[in-house]
Write a protein that binds this ligand. Sequence first.
Ligand code: ZN
Length: 108
Amino acid sequence: MKEKFKKDDHEMPSECPYCFYENDACTNADIKDGARVPIEGSLSMCIRCGQFSIYNEKLDLQRLTDDDKAAIDAKTRAFMDKLHLAWTMSAKPTMDAKYGKPFTEGPR
Ligand SMILES: [Zn+2]
């Protein structure tokens, strides 16, 4: 389990395009050149506000467009819903207690 979540795989700061929280890490979304890193089109969920965003060609996060949302397959959408539920039950209360409610909580 520990091997699966090595810190080296997570160090990629990014700013949430919804609440502007500075996330200091990312999940092991995709594999490029043997490294688990986000690539253009990888999805990300903000630990602060729970919104999903997408990496652009510069590997900056941007809000999901309606076209982006429409392109998400049912299996991925189901996983996103489970992930968001897990976030709601675990990280959200901690983040809200620490920082207060985020100033944006638009539709995911
Ligand atoms: Zn956010």
